[in-house]
Design a protein around this ligand. Structure first.
Ligand code: NAD
Length: 491
């Protein structure tokens, strides 16, 4: 019995019903001791001769050594992708589609292994990696496989052509899913790619290299270079790339945009967010509470489109907060491999420090903090689900992206006020609206400056639906037909 189980026994009243732990077996995945870079279809040792260790954030246990790619390694990967571009882009589109279909099927076949790897390396609950990350990653490959031989129909009257080598950089919150969002449309359009996973979660990308071998992706079409931000910077500066697709923080996104200024390279940026989840007094309240919990505690709140600002109509504030706190007390925080876990580990010590600092700022600025009773495991990086009430618009916790399981509650009286408060942020990635009136959802959605607006739900994703931001949440869309456009030029 782990520390969390014990602690729940401590905090729950005697005789109350509780779950027994239900651990997913980790034997399904075996990591190599050391991973090289995936270049030209082979695992190669880095020229940099430099390595780093990736650890499990829930136990701090080292999982594997991973190559830290330097400038020469990145140049080699870009060279391999350039060489593969001409043959790959001249394949019959239906043949390219077959490769994507094969990848999708192998992802499904190896879903359990990849889900366990994702939870071990990233700290997310297995029920999320199993039920969300993996099915959606496979769905992206299925979806874009379907487009590969229909590009002329997607853009009638235009002549779509692939761009060349796509440099792709992804963050640590959905490592394999973000990889799928990037690689699937790029390959469907006939490009080749060099992808850099985040330094704290490189393992599923390295397992994906093996999926590529299994699916007989031609050598050089997919290349994976691991490393920290400096590897990403080398990739962005590379000669020979035609496109940069970046998902990550607004700060790094701006640096990349500056770096590319004056170069003929197309760019898409998927950056941070501070979404408003807006709850009207006429909504189905219990359903809204589920949506609020899903909106902010899913994936420990490490979600760019997380509903981190709850805007609640003043008349139902007290009732809603009461229900929310009661629901929060049932969330199970602990071992990511336990199938009952709702909230897993914080991805890194650095991220935990950032969350802790912002939560302290919330308290210092006068907001009221609530955390349900739960004792956190001693090893690893953890943060209890948190809600702040009495939050003012000017508070840092209402303005800055916390990227953790922390919700800020604000109130409004009229729909106009809700729109004004929701839009009062530098971000514009997503929003949620809870009301029984369909007409109000449409009225609000028209006025919200957010790329995705959910009505009576939250955090729903589908490969056919475009996703992206306004303002400092970035530009360009991933997913859907729009997602193809980012990987094409038109003659
Ligand atoms: P980050 O910007 O620090 O890192 C993202 C990636 O960029 C990593 O692979 C990192 O190694 C690399 N990188 C760092 N410095 C670089 C540089 N100078 N040049 C090139 N690459 C560099 O972000 P993070 O902390 O890993 O991720 C969290 C952020 O990502 C949050 O702000 C979140 O909102 C955002 N995010 C956005 C979306 C979206 O679709 N909009 C999705 C997921 C995450």
């Amino acid at each position: 019995m782990g520390a969390v189980e014990k602690s729940r026994k401590d905090v729950l009243p005697a005789g109350s019903w509780d779950y027994a732990s239900s651990l997913e077996g980790r034997d399904i995945v075996s990591f190599e001791e050391r991973y090289g870079l995936f270049i030209g279809g082979e695992q190669v040792s880095p020229r940099s001769r430099s390595w780093f260790t990736t650890v499990s954030p829930s136990t701090e246990e080292p999982l594997a050594e991973v190559a830290q790619a330097g400038a020469k390694d990145v140049a080699l990967a870009v060279g391999a992708a350039q060489e593969a571009f001409a043959p790959w882009s001249s394949w019959r589109p239906a043949e390219r589609a077959k490769v994507l279909f094969r990848i999708a099927r192998i992802l499904q076949e190896r879903a359990r292994e990849l889900a366990v790897a994702e939870s071990l390396d990233g700290g997310k609950p297995i029920k999320e990696s199993r039920d969300v990350d993996l099915p959606l990653a496979a769905a992206h490959f299925f979806y874009y496989a379907g487009w590969a031989d229909k590009l002329e129909y997607a853009f009638p009257g235009r002549r779509p052509r692939p761009i060349g080598v796509a440099a792709q950089i992804v963050p640590w919150n959905f490592p394999l899913l973000m990889l799928a969002w990037k690689i699937a449309p790029a390959l469907a359009c006939g490009n080749t790619v060099v992808l850099k996973p985040a330094e704290t979660t490189p393992l599923t990308a390295l397992l994906f290299a093996d999926v590529c071998r299994q699916a007989e992706v031609p050598p050089g079409v997919v290349n994976i270079v691991t490393g920290d931000g400096s590897t990403g910077a080398h990739l962005v500066r590379s000669e020979g790339i035609g496109k940069v697709a970046f998902t990550g923080s607004t700060e790094v996104g701006k640096a990349i945009q500056r770096e590319l200024a004056g170069r003929d390279i197309s760019l898409t940026l998927e950056l941070g967010g501070k979404a408003a989840n807006i709850v009207f007094e006429d909504c189905a309240l219990d359903q809204a509470v589920e949506g609020i919990v899903n909106g902010i505690y899913f994936n420990q709140g490490h979600v760019c489109c997380a509903g981190s600002r709850l805007l609640v109509q003043e008349s139902i504030h007290d009732q809603l907060v009461r229900k929310l706190k009661r629901r929060m007390s049932t969330l199970r925080v602990g071992d990511p491999l336990d199938k009952n876990t709702d909230v897993g580990a914080i991805n890194s010590k650095a991220q935990l420090d950032r969350i802790t600092e912002l939560v302290q700022a919330g308290t210092d600025e006068g907001a009221e903090l609530y955390q349900p009773p739960c004792r956190l495991p001693e090893k690893g990086w953890w943060f209890a689900p948190t809600v702040f009430t009495n939050v003012a618009q000017s508070h840092r916790i209402a303005q800055e992206e916390i990227f953790g399981p922390v919700l800020s509650v604000l109130t409004f009286r009229t729909p106009d006020e809700a729109v004004e408060k929701a839009n009062n942020t530098m971000y514009g990635l997503s929003a949620g609206i809870w009301t029984e009136k369909g007409s109000r959802i449409l009225w609000m959605a028209d006025r919200l400056r957010a790329g995705v607006v959910w009505g009576n739900t939250f955090n729903r994703f589908d490969p056919a639906s475009p996703f992206g931001g306004y303002k400092e949440s970035g530009f360009g869309r991933e997913g859907g037909r729009h997602g193809l456009e980012a990987y094409l030029r038109f003659e």
